[in-house]
Design a binder for this molecule. Structure first.
Ligand SMILES: [Zn+2]
Length: 212
């Protein structure tokens, strides 16, 4: 059984998710910690719970979702995975950071690629991967049927959708991805987004103004 814990970091109030199992193994999705205090906040939690990180798996590579990647790779000697189509977005990390006046000395390099249709295994549990582009070309969502949740990154928010005006974004692609990949999940699925509050598929089908 996988559990998911939310942390919110950096100037963008980015949601970092920690996914763990009963063997104290864990994955970190979108580590956004951006300074020594946030680094310590996160690693103190892992130490306290005796959690052993196995990998970083990102939904996408916008700067607010990758600020803590290199720190965790170095600290725990763990691999970093993302979708291959996200490569150009990752490469813009340093210039995006400079634009926002953020400290970001080095762009982390992925050590493996994550693909739709290739399940991710943590112990006996499996996350299903959906390619959900549109906010960025390599955006992916992680679905865990056993817990009825999907980590959707910046694809779908409570009452909103991801912005599509950044390089590689496309509005029609995003709407199609949401309709074909997320809205086909059970309606009681909890949507864990990259920013803001959790929602459900049913709630967004009924009330999301972008998806009427
Ligand atoms: Zn984003």
């Amino acid at each position: 059984m996988l559990n998911v814990t939310l942390f919110t970091y950096n100037a963008f109030d980015e949601n970092t998710y920690l996914v763990s199992n009963e063997h104290n193994q864990c994955w970190v999705i979108d580590p956004g910690m951006s300074n020594p205090a946030e680094n310590k906040h996160f690693t103190d939690y892992l130490s306290e719970k005796q959690l052993k990180p196995q990998a970083i798996i990102n939904t996408h590579a916008h700067i607010d979702h990758i600020l803590g990647v290199q720190y965790l790779m170095d600290k725990y000697n763990i691999p970093f995975g993302m979708h291959e189509a996200e490569t150009p977005v990752l490469k813009m990390g340093t210039s995006s950071a400079a634009m926002f006046g953020m400290h970001f000395p080095k762009t982390p390099q992925p050590t493996f690629y994550i693909k739709e249709g290739e399940p991710l295994k943590l112990g006996e549990d499996t996350l299903t991967v959906f390619h959900t582009p549109g906010h960025s070309p390599g955006s992916i969502s992680y679905y865990y049927p056993g817990g009825n949740w999907v980590v959707a990154g910046d694809v779908l928010f409570s009452g909103s959708i991801g912005r599509t005006d950044l390089p590689g974004g496309n509005f029609d692609t995003l709407i199609t991805a949401i309709r074909t990949k997320l809205f086909t999940l059970p309606s009681n699925t909890i949507v864990l987004s990259g920013h803001g509050e959790a929602t459900t598929i049913a709630e967004e089908k009924m009330h999301n103004p972008f998806l009427k």
